[in-house]
Design a protein around this ligand. Structure first.
Ligand code: T1G
Length: 691
């Protein structure tokens, strides 16, 4: 007999009943799911014909968590912790049958079951900290009782997923299915009938000494770079060794409710949904992407190799071309080395390594690209070079093939104009390392066809990247904003700060690295080339700081030359008195008396520079929505996700305050600060970027 007309169905076959959750797309524990699950467990308890139960899910995955969309609303009963307690307290064995990703509340449901079996491809995780939360239904208390404190501290504070094999090693699960998950789960449940029930909440956790515990929490907080939840989750997990389950869960619930109302959690939930909303571009509904399976990459340097790996990882047929055997071999070696390292570290199986290497072909010259559906260039960052290449490709590639450029700055309208098919030309701006960084800027020219943009979005999904569609301007979205806030950072140097002070202030703001350390990592020469290219058109009224030029003229291009904004001895970054002298000399030439500048002022002025440039980008319609900017800055430039991105945070800080500060800077720093009046009127009247 099957009962339940909502998202939870109970099939009360004897002796093992099946409780199936069916709530697309990811079986999130909405209120209806919680109510249905509780009713099913209560029926299992009541029905003498039923001696055990299996909890399984329909669709693509086991429960992937609580329904994040409900968080902004008043909580409604039954609350998930109560439903999960009812599962654990059942007098009859309950087995979790997991496929897909058992995350958050889904993992907590599994933890409270009396045994767990998973498909080999299944994953488990407590990613609540990525939403600014802690697990709120027993995760911090039950996980340590299965896997021990060491592993639990790692998992609850990082939010990372573990595959079934690691889950089995950690004793998070009891078995991995080899034939049929539900059938084997039923067999496991049947084996448990009549045996003492092993309740997770009753297991004892071996504690660790308080000194080690404090050190671990301190390290977790340091790595969290201002995010609150990881440290709080770790502290709760430690309680599992000292408190009975109920007391630990009470502490957990208290923390969960407090964090759920926090600004950081609101920001991280905004980031979560923005990264999904950004793929839905207004005006593209119903536009079919072009089929792409064969991809050509021109250029086997760092970027070209990374892009080739990204496409091979996603199952595409890839061909890499270069101008010479030597350059091609260097690229092939780089790609092979990457896969060898992944194999050696256990991140890639031998079979997968073979498949990936097999998927990438190599050739000298572009003539072998004639069968490609998409060709991406990643050659030298020079407009004439790229135009000549596209002119050549135009004569080789079949009609309908998409020509994409990976340029970071150049005007793609001009590159497209070199071909007879400008509608097929698009920018696909990857971020280094291209096979790792999630962000992909899809740059549409004045002529790019809608279905080419739609193809870019479809490619991003297959590449597991986060796409942002934008139009052509110097630096598109991210690099344009980066150059503006790097300029403000150099103004701060002239006024009294030193590179390490600016970097430290922004690292305490939550950036992984400050702008000067990033410059040294990326190489000062790239931005130098751009400044020289823009010099003839630079507004003479603009306050131009030449410290970076002087570093470049001295051959100080950053880490790769052993010195840039810092000095590098044995890979260690050190403050360099030569740079300090250069900065002080720049202040003198500007006629400024140096002063001590607080971290707060540094942070505020950099944020204003970012928001002001974002206002101009929106006003010029380079992107369509504020969330496009937030997604770029969080996923490509290290803007702390727990602040929600610069525009989400501007709403919290107060947009008018920021715009007033921008006007004040305009008087001090000259052009570049003209605030987008049109947008100010439009946004300021609404006073918020987000409703
Ligand atoms: N709630 C609501 N909607 C969700 C959701 C969730 N938990 N997870 C995904 N979606 C939507 C998503 O917005 C998208 O919708 C669609 O599902 C497909 O998602 C009590 C309190 C599961 C790995 O943090 O990590 O449990 O845009 O595009 O790439 O302690 O979704 O199509 O309309 O991401 O295959 C903890 C979050 C919650 C998991 C699948 N759980 N989700 O990735 O598809 S807090 C999470 C994910 C919690 C408890 C606490 C991923 C995924 P739309 P997708 P995907």
């Amino acid at each position: 007999m099957t009962a339940g007309d909502g998202p939870v169905r109970l099939t009360s076959t004897s002796p093992v009943a099946l409780i199936e959750i069916d709530n697309p797309p990811v079986n999130a524990t909405s209120q209806a799911v919680r109510a249905g699950l509780l009713a099913a467990i209560q029926e299992v308890e009541r029905n003498p014909q039923i001696e055990a139960a299996v909890i399984a899910c329909a669709g693509r995955t086991f429960v992937a968590g609580a329904d994040i969309r409900e968080f902004g609303q008043p909580p409604r009963e039954p609350h998930l912790p109560d439903v999960i307690d009812a599962i654990e307290d059942s007098s009859k064995p309950v087995v979790a049958a997991v496929h897909g990703t058992a995350l958050g509340g889904g993992c907590e449901i599994a933890l409270a079951c009396h045994a767990r079996i998973a498909e080999p491809s299944a994953s488990f995780g407590l990613p609540e900290v990525k939403l600014g939360l802690v697990p709120g239904a027993g995760g911090t208390q039950r996980l340590p009782r299965l896997v021990g404190l060491e592993a639990a501290l790692d998992l609850v504070s990082s939010g990372r997923m573990v595959k079934a094999a690691e889950a089995l090693r950690l004793r998070l699960i009891d078995r991995i299915s080899s034939r049929d998950l539900r059938q084997e789960a039923t067999e496991l449940a049947r084996e448990l009938i009549g045996k003492p029930i092993r309740r997770t909440g009753e297991q004892v956790v071996a504690g660790i000494d308080s000194q080690s515990a404090s050190a671990k929490v301190a390290e977790i907080r340091r790595k969290a770079r201002g995010a609150e939840a990881p440290g709080r989750a770790a502290e709760l997990a430690l309680l599992a060794a000292d408190l009975p389950l109920k007391e630990g869960m009470a502490r957990e619930r208290e923390t969960f409710l407090a964090l759920r109302g926090s600004e950081q959690s609101a920001a991280l939930r905004h980031a979560f949904f923005a990264e999904r909303e950004v793929t839905r571009l207004p005006g593209l509904d119903g536009v079919e992407p072009r089929p792409v399976q064969k991809v050509g990459i021109v250029g086997a340097g760092t970027m070209g190799s990374g892009i080739a790996i990204a496409f091979a990882d996603a199952g595409f047929d890839v061909k890499v071309v270069e101008t010479s055997e030597q350059a091609l071999s260097a690229g092939e070696a780089r790609i092979t080395d990457t896969y060898e390292k992944q194999f050696a570290s256990g991140r890639l199986s031998a079979a997968a390594r073979g498949e990936r290497l097999q998927a990438i072909g190599y050739a000298v010259g572009t003539s072998s690209l004639s069968d490609r559906d998409l060709v991406i260039e990643a050659v030298f960052e020079d407009l004439d070079v790229k135009r000549a290449l596209f002119r050549d490709l135009d004569t080789i590639l079949k009609p309908g093939t998409i020509l994409a450029t990976n340029t970071s700055y150049l005007d793609i309208n001009l590159i497209a104009a070199a071909t007879s098919r400008p509608a097929d030309v698009v920018g696909l701006h990857f971020f280094s390392p291209a096979n790792v960084m999630k962000l992909l800027e899809i740059v549409r020219t004045d002529a790019t066809a809608d279905d080419v943009v739609a193809t870019g979005l479809a490619l991003a999904k297959r590449l597991r990247k986060i796409p942002v569609v934008c139009r052509v301007c110097d630096g598109f979205v991210g690099n344009r904003i980066l150059s503006r806030y790097r300029q403000q950072a150099e103004y701060l140097l002239e006024e009294g700060a030193l590179p390490h002070e600016v970097d430290a202030a922004l690292e305490s703001f939550g950036f992984p690295m400050g702008p000067f350390a990033v410059s040294d990592l990326a190489g000062l020469d790239i931005a130098w080339a751009r400044r020289k290219r823009l010099a003839p058109n630079r507004d003479p009224r603009e306050r131009y700081v030449d410290i970076a030029d002087r570093l470049c003229e001295a051959g100080r291009f950053g880490r790769k030359t052993g010195a840039g904004w810092y000095r590098y001895e044995g890979g260690k970054r050190e403050i360099d008195p030569v740079v300090t002298a250069l900065v002080e000399e720049a202040s003198q030439r500007r006629g400024l008396t140096r002063r001590t500048i607080s971290a707060e002022e540094i942070q505020s002025r950099i944020r204003t520079a970012i928001v002001n440039e974002a206002c101009k980008i929106l006003d010029e319609r380079i992107v369509e929505r504020p969330l496009d900017v937030d997604v770029v800055m969080m996923n490509g430039y290290g803007y702390p996700a727990w602040r929600g991105g610069p525009l989400f945070e501007a709403d919290r800080v107060g947009l008018q305050f920021i715009l007033d500060q921008a006007k004040e800077r305009a008087e001090l720093d000259g052009p570049g600060w003209e605030v987008a009046e049109g947008l100010v009127r439009r946004v300021a009247s609404a006073e918020k970027f987000y409703p």
